[in-house]
Design a protein around this ligand. Structure first.
Ligand code: HEC
Ligand SMILES: [Cu+2]
Length: 414
C-alpha cells in the first residue's frame, strides 16, 4: 500500500515538473507589465487575482482528489447519507462572499483611477478609419494619418509564405529588424512626451475600431458618433506597439499602432517640425507643380493608399478591384476621375479619399494614374484645382506629410 502511494506521488511530481520546462516563455504568455503607473497596477491586480484563483483551484481540486482517492469504492468505503447541513450551507455562502469582496475592493480602486481624467495636460483625438488611424493633437493643431508601413503592406500582399529576408534586404538599407516588427510598423508614429498625463479621445469615422496599446494598459472602443476617453502617463521613453483590437473589416489585422514616447524637448521640436510641415502642405496646395514632380509624389501616394487593391502594376484583381491600367476612368474624363477619388464609389470598397489625402496627394495620385501602367493621357492635374473644388464644398483639406517629396521617409521600394 505505501509503495503504491509513493509511486502515485512520484508520478504526480513528474507531471508537475513538465510545464516547468516551458517556464522560460511564461513572460510571453502573461500580460505585459507595461510602462505606466496604471499598467503596473493593472498587472499587480491581475497577478493577485490570478494567485487567488490558483489557490482556490488547488484547494478545491486537492479536496476532490483526496476524497476520491481515500474514499474509493475498492477500499470498501460506504457513502455518507446525511442531508441538509446548515453549517455547510452557511460556510459555502460566506466564504466565497468574503473572497469576492477581497477581490472587488482593489479592482474597483484601479478602475476608478483609470476613469479619472482630471488634470490631464494634453489631449489627442484618435479616429479609426478602415484601415488607418488619424491622430489630432488638440493643443497644438497637429494632425496626421498613421497606417501600416507601405513596404510591409507590399510584402504581406506577396502571400503568406514570403521570405522576409529577400523582401527587406539588409544591404539595400531597408531592413530594420523587420522580422521583429513585421506588420507592426507604421509610416507616421504617434509621438508623445514622457511624464505628462495624456488624455486620448477615441472615435471612428466608419465602423467600430479599438485602439489598444498593451504597454500603456489602454484599450478603448472607437465608435462612430461617440467619444470614449482614456489616459496614459508614460514614464519611460521608448516605442510601444499595439493594434486595432476590433474586427473592423477585411484588413482589420493590419492597423498597427506605434507610440513613441520621447523627452519633453524632443517632443517640442517634433511638434514644431510637424507644424511647419503642415504649413507647407497649405503652400503645396497653392503653388504650381511640375508634371514630373506630381508623378513621382503620386507614385508614393499610390503605393501607400491604392496599391493594396489596385495592385502594383495597376492591373487590379479581376472581379474585385478594377484595373487602373487602361481604365476608362483613368484615361477618360478627368472630372470623373477626380470625383471617383475624392468621393469614392458609394456601396463599394472604393472609399472617399477627400477625408484622407491632401490636395497635393490627390492631384499627384490622379496625375500618376493617368500617366502610368501604360496610360498616357499626358494630363497634369494641379493641387490648386483640388483645393478650389474643396473650397467650393467648404471642407478643409487634411494635412499629409506624404505630399512633401523630401519628407517621405519610406525606404526601399520607392
Ligand atoms: C479597398 C480597396 C481600394 C482602395 C484602397 C482603392 N480603391 Fe479605387 N476602387 C476600388 C473598387 C472596388 C473600385 C470599383 C468600384 C465600383 O466601380 O463599384 C475602385 C475604382 C477606382 C477607380 C475607377 C476605375 C474604373 O475603371 O472604374 C479609380 C480611378 C480608383 N478606384 C482610384 C483609386 C485611387 C487613386 C486610390 C488610392 C488613393 C484607390 N482607388 C484606392 C477599390 C479600392
Ligand atoms: Cu480597426
Amino acid at each position: 500500500m505505501t509503495s503504491n502511494v509513493s509511486r502515485w506521488a512520484l508520478l504526480s511530481l513528474m507531471l508537475l515538473l513538465v510545464p516547468l520546462g516551458a517556464w522560460a516563455d511564461w513572460g510571453a504568455l502573461n500580460m505585459p507589465q507595461g510602462v505606466t503607473e496604471i499598467s503596473n497596477e493593472v498587472y499587480t491586480l491581475h497577478m493577485r487575482i490570478f494567485y487567488i484563483c490558483c489557490a482556490i483551484g488547488a484547494a478545491v481540486f486537492g479536496v476532490m482528489i483526496y476524497s476520491m482517492f481515500v474514499h474509493r469504492k475498492s477500499k470498501g468505503v460506504k457513502p455518507a447519507t446525511f442531508h441538509e447541513s446548515t453549517t455547510v450551507e452557511i460556510v459555502w455562502t460566506v466564504v466565497p462572499l468574503i473572497i469576492l469582496i477581497v477581490m472587488a475592493i482593489p479592482a474597483a480602486r484601479v478602475l476608478i483611477k483609470m476613469e479619472d481624467f482630471s488634470d490631464s495636460e494634453m489631449s489627442i483625438k484618435v479616429t479609426g478609419y478602415q484601415w488607418r488611424w488619424h491622430y489630432e493633437y488638440m493643443d497644438s493643431g497637429v494632425s496626421f494619418f498613421s497606417q501600416l508601413e507601405p513596404t510591409h503592406n507590399q510584402a504581406r500582399q506577396m502571400g503568406s509564405d514570403i521570405d522576409l529576408q529577400s523582401t527587406f534586404v539588409p544591404e539595400a538599407g531597408n531592413y530594420q529588424g523587420e522580422g521583429e516588427i513585421y506588420l507592426k510598423e507604421v509610416d507616421n508614429e504617434l509621438v508623445v512626451p514622457v511624464g505628462k498625463k495624456i488624455r486620448f479621445l477615441h472615435t471612428a469615422a466608419d465602423v467600430i475600431h479599438s485602439w489598444w496599446v498593451p504597454d500603456l494598459a489602454v484599450k478603448k472602443d472607437a465608435i462612430p458618433g461617440f467619444i470614449n476617453e482614456n489616459w496614459a502617463l508614460i514614464e519611460e521613453p521608448g516605442i510601444y506597439r499595439g493594434k486595432c483590437a476590433e474586427l473592423c473589416g477585411r484588413d482589420h489585422g493590419f492597423m498597427p499602432v506605434v507610440v513613441r514616447a520621447v523627452s519633453q524637448e524632443e517632443y517640442d521640436s517634433w511638434i514644431a517640425e510637424k507644424q511647419s510641415a503642415m504649413a507647407s502642405v497649405t503652400e503645396q496646395s497653392e503653388r504650381q507643380w511640375a508634371h514630373q514632380e506630381l508623378v513621382s509624389v503620386g507614385e508614393k501616394v499610390y503605393q501607400a493608399n491604392c496599391m493594396s487593391c489596385h495592385q502594383a502594376e495597376g492591373q487590379g484583381i479581376p472581379g474585385m478591384f478594377p484595373a487602373i491600367a487602361g481604365s476608362e476612368v483613368a484615361t477618360g474624363s478627368i472630372d470623373l476621375h477626380v470625383d471617383t477619388v475624392m468621393n469614392g464609389i458609394e456601396g463599394s470598397m472604393m472609399s472617399k479619399f477627400s477625408d484622407v489625402l491632401s490636395d497635393a496627394d490627390i492631384a499627384a495620385v490622379i496625375t500618376y494614374q493617368r500617366n502610368a501602367f501604360g496610360n498616357s493621357t499626358g494630363d497634369t492635374l494641379q493641387p490648386a484645382h483640388i483645393k478650389s473644388l474643396r473650397d467650393g464644398l467648404d471642407i478643409s483639406a487634411p494635412a499629409s506629410v506624404a505630399a512633401l517629396p523630401d519628407m517621405n521617409t519610406t525606404t526601399g521600394v520607392n
